[in-house]
Design a protein around this ligand. Structure first.
Ligand code: SF4
Length: 356
């Protein structure tokens, strides 16, 4: 059954707009400045082996032998795709969820190690079930049959070559956009494998500061890697293109989770976006949902962000002419994290051991 969604309203300067009951609100630009398209990045080697013998799919480049059953890379990735849930999801940005929902496939494991991750059960805990490439292809088509607006691949990086094969298998049958929903810690060479297969990139840009990235995610090179990756993503998609039904057909949406005590770094992230990408060609999504789900060793993270902190970040985005979405601060509830219960993962008719 379709759920009625409220139309996002334009965002005003901070304050009144934040009091609205809408979960997501669409920002409107203060100005559109013409910008140069980001220059293509050249000369980065891809990694096409499936499974890789010495994995360097992500910037960790840990060299794990992914051909060995039960071997695990630093991300938790093994020799077959591991999936925790495949189902329609309503809680993405309106242009992704639409009226019927986004066909999300949650992959287990993650190349990042964010101490505050709200999906720890599947990212650090690696909860999920191994499936074959053939089963992954079936899942894509099943989600399409259920009415999904898109196929939304969540935390997919560590399974890129397997996903490429699955997407190639359904070429000509899958006619909805494919979304690459990632923490942003990507190698450009790996992203090159997806050129022509992925329609929408939905990366985080979590930090500018190497110190914050090192402390909270164990990845001091995060910004260096993520910024290069985002330029490559934009090179592949070009400017955003909306469908007639208001959902996104193609383009780049950059998410930024505002963290307590880190508003200056959030400003720096937004300034980099405004300086390097066309404000009228991308969308941003400013998230206020940060919630400390468990006691953390960094005392500044053991609280939610304040309205003041979030408002200053929203105001900076508006000053820079960026467009996109903001969240109500009341949206920090566990109900937006789906149950990781293997829904949609197994083929109910054929329960057998997977093989590539
Ligand atoms: S994707 Fe996983 S196994 Fe591959 S290099 Fe990164 S951490 Fe290692």
């Amino acid at each position: 059954m379709e759920t009625e969604k409220k139309q996002p309203a334009p965002l005003q300067k901070s304050g009144a707009a934040l009091e609205s009951a809408n979960f997501w609100r669409e920002t409107s630009p203060l100005s559109h400045r013409p910008r140069e398209k980001a220059a293509p990045l050249e000369g980065v080697r891809g990694e096409k082996a499936c499974p890789p013998v010495s994995c360097r799919l992500c910037p960790r480049e840990c060299g794990a032998d992914r051909t060995v059953k039960d071997a695990k890379g630093l991300c938790g990735g093994g020799s077959l795709p591991r999936v925790a849930r495949a189902a329609l999801h309503q809680w993405e940005e309106p242009c992704i969820s639409g009226a019927r929902g986004s066909g999300t496939v949650f992959f287990s494991g993650c190349p990042l190690g964010c101490c505050f991750c709200q999906n720890r059960e599947i990212s650090a805990g690696n909860f999920g079930r191994e499936i074959s490439v053939g089963r992954l292809s079936e899942i894509f088509l099943e989600l399409q049959d259920q009415g999904a607006h898109n196929i939304n691949l969540v935390s997919p990086t560590q399974y890129t070559p397997w996903i490429v094969r699955a997407l190639e298998d359904v070429r000509g049958k899958l006619d909805i956009p494919v979304v690459w929903n990632t923490g942003g810690y990507e190698r450009v060479g790996t992203l090159r494998m997806l050129d022509g297969l992925v329609d929408i990139y939905l990366p985080d840009l979590k930090y500018k500061s190497a110190e914050l990235a090192g402390r909270y995610s164990g990845a001091p090179d995060y910004f260096e890697q993520a910024s290069a990756a985002i330029l490559e993503m934009f090179r592949q998609t070009g400017k955003i293109r909306m469908g007639k039904d208001g959902t996104l057909e193609r383009g780049l949406v950059i998410r930024h989770l505002c963290l307590p005590g880190a508003r200056r770094d959030s400003w720096a992230v937004l300034e980099w976006i405004a300086e390097n990408l066309p404000a009228d060609g991308i969308l941003i999504s400013l998230m206020s949902q940060y919630t400390p789900y468990r006691p953390l060793p960094y005392k500044e993270l053991n609280r939610r962000i304040s309205s003041f902190e979030y408002n200053t970040v929203v105001d900076k985005a508006l000053e820079l002419g960026l467009r996109g979405f903001m969240q109500e601060r009341s949206s920090a509830k566990e109900e937006y994290t789906p149950p990781f219960d293997l829904e949609g993962v197994q083929n109910k008719k054929r329960l057998r051991e997977p093989s590539i």
